[in-house]
Write a protein that binds this ligand. Structure first.
Ligand SMILES: CC(C)(COP(=O)(O)OP(=O)(O)OC[C@H]1O[C@@H](n2cnc3c(N)ncnc32)[C@H](O)[C@@H]1OP(=O)(O)O)[C@@H](O)C(=O)NCCC(=O)NCCS
Length: 152
């Protein structure tokens, strides 16, 4: 095989399974995050919050990514409620990006939300994070403008 052939050959997605994370995953979760100084506190906050669910992509190499989900119960004007799941964070290990791990985690997050009868899955991405915006849009997420914000 020539070097040119090797360059265009797509890298096969690794064999992964998506599972719920627990306290035993805390070291692996810390390793996924960019900011080692605050990683432990961040991971502990996620794991301790009963409204948060962590799905991890597990391979034989270890934990390759995490989706952090927050479930909210939203009152409706007519008196009913509905459930919304927000993707608070989704991170794939830096050396494994571009191998469809993020997409598979997001698909698992959407499936998890459907099974819990959520009506909507949301993700908030800052304008500066264009790559993440493209990632969500390529999955089918669309912009919604019904959120008002104030700097605190
Ligand atoms: C965003 C992120 C989760 C994507 O994970 P990934 O495993 O690399 O993404 P995938 O390989 O599953 O990509 C799926 C699709 O998303 C889009 N996409 C992914 N990364 C992209 C990038 N850097 N730029 C543009 N589009 C991108 C592509 O359309 C891609 O489809 P394709 O493979 O057919 O081109 C990963 O890059 C990451 O961890 N980034 C840092 C943390 C972050 O910004 N998280 C999102 C905000 S919470």
């Amino acid at each position: 095989m020539s070097i040119a052939d090797a360059e265009i050959k797509p890298v096969a997605p690794p064999a992964i399974r998506v599972r719920l994370a627990g306290p035993r995953d805390s070291d692996a979760l810390c390793d996924l995050l960019d900011d080692p100084k605050h990683a432990r506190e961040q991971v502990m906050t996620w794991l301790a919050n009963p409204a948060m669910t962590l799905l991890v992509a597990q391979s034989e190499l270890g934990v390759l990514g995490v989706a952090v989900l927050v479930t909210r119960i939203v009152p409706r004007p007519e008196g009913s409620i509905h459930k919304v799941v927000e993707v608070d964070n989704l991170v794939v290990r830096a050396d494994q990006r571009g191998r469809r791990i993020g997409r598979r985690l997001l698909a698992a997050a959407v499936e998890w939300s459907r099974q819990r009868r959520a009506v909507q899955v949301e993700a908030f991405v800052g304008d500066v994070n264009r790559d993440a915006k493209r990632f969500y849009e390529s999955f089918g997420f669309a912009k919604s403008s019904d959120r008002l914000v104030l700097a605190a």
